[in-house]
Design a protein around this ligand. Sequence first.
Ligand code: SF4
Length: 368
Amino acid sequence: MKKKDIKDFSQSKLAEWLKENGEKPYRAGQIFKWVYLRQADTFDAMTDLSKNTRELLETNFNIGRLEKSNIETSRDGTKKYLFMLEDGEYTECVLIPGKERYTLCISSQVGCAQGCRFCLTARGGFKRNLTTAEIVAQVRDILHDLPRKEGDPETAKPFQNIVFMGMGEPLANFSHVSEALEIIMNTDYGLKFSSRKVTLSTCGLINRFQELGTQFGLNLAVSLNATDNETRSRIMPVNKTYPLESLIDACVHYPLNGRSKITFEYILMKGVNDSEKDAHELARLLSRVRSKINLIPFNEFEDCEFKRPDDAAIERFLTILLDKGYTAIVRKSMGPDISAACGQLRANQIRPGEMDKKETSDTTVKPD
Ligand code: SF4
C-alpha cells in the first residue's frame, strides 16, 4: 500500500481518519503541532503520542519534503526555488525581500492552461494540478529553512505574507488550493498565517470568488491588463468566458475583509494597453470597486511580441490614476538577474523543443 502524504490532510480530515482507525480524533491537533509548528520529519519524534499511534501513522503516512533542484539568489536578495516533484515535474516558488520581512510567492499548478499571451508559464502548457501537500510544502519547507526571529513564535516567522502568484491559476485548482489554505491559515496548530497576510491572484475565474471570499476572507488580486473586451480577450483567453463587465461585477461583490481593497495588476504593454485613453478607461472601470492598482511595465525578453512602454508613458498613465484619486504604484521587477519572472526558472528546465516559440514571456514576480 502506497503511503499517503500527511500534508494532504486538513486537521478535520485527519481527525476523521484517526476516528475511523480507532484513535482519538483530538490527536489530529497534536500531530499537526508536530508537523507544522515543530517541523518534525518523522513520526517517531512525536513523543507525546503512544508507540502504537506512532506506528499506525508510520504505516500509513509519510511527511516528505520537496526536493530542491535549484536555488538562485538575486543581487537584490530575491531567492527562487525550483522543486522537482515525485513524478519528475517541476514547480517553483520565490522568496521576495521586503522592508522588514520576506513575502513568499507560491505555485498552485505545474504549468497553466489559461494561455495568457504575455506569460512565460503559458508557453509550457498545462501539466497538472499541484496536490494539497505540494502547495503546503512550499510554505512549510521554506519556513523550515530560514532562521526564525527571536520572541513570540507567532510573529517570529521569517515571512508573514504569502501570495498565490507563482505558476498556475489557483482557482483552476480550487479543491487543493482550498485544502492547502485550511492548513496554511489554521491558527491553532497549522501554519498560522492570518487571512490579512494571504493573497490569491487570479486571471478572473469569477465562479469561485464568493466561495473563496466567504470561506477564507483572504486578499484578492486580479490580473486585469486591459480595459476593453476586445484587447483583453486577445491577450487573456479567460475573458471570452468571463468578460470585463462580469469580472468587475464579481469584484464589487467580493466579500472584502474590513477596509481592505482588491489589487488590480495591470501589465503595461506598449501600444496594447498603455494609452492615456486606457488610463481614463481603467479609472472608469474600477470606479465601483474598492481597489488599488499595481502597474507593471512589461519585462521584455528575446522573441517576445510585446514591448515595455517608455518611462514617460508609464509616468503619464500613473499620474492619470493618481489624479483620479486611486492608490496606484509602478512595481519594479524583483530578481531580474535570476529569471525571477513567472515560470522562468521552470522554463529553463524544459527542453527548448517543448516550448511554443510564438508565445512570449511574463513580467515580474509580484510582491504585495
Ligand atoms: S498569467 Fe497566470 S493565469 Fe495567465 S497563463 Fe500565466 S500563470 Fe496562467
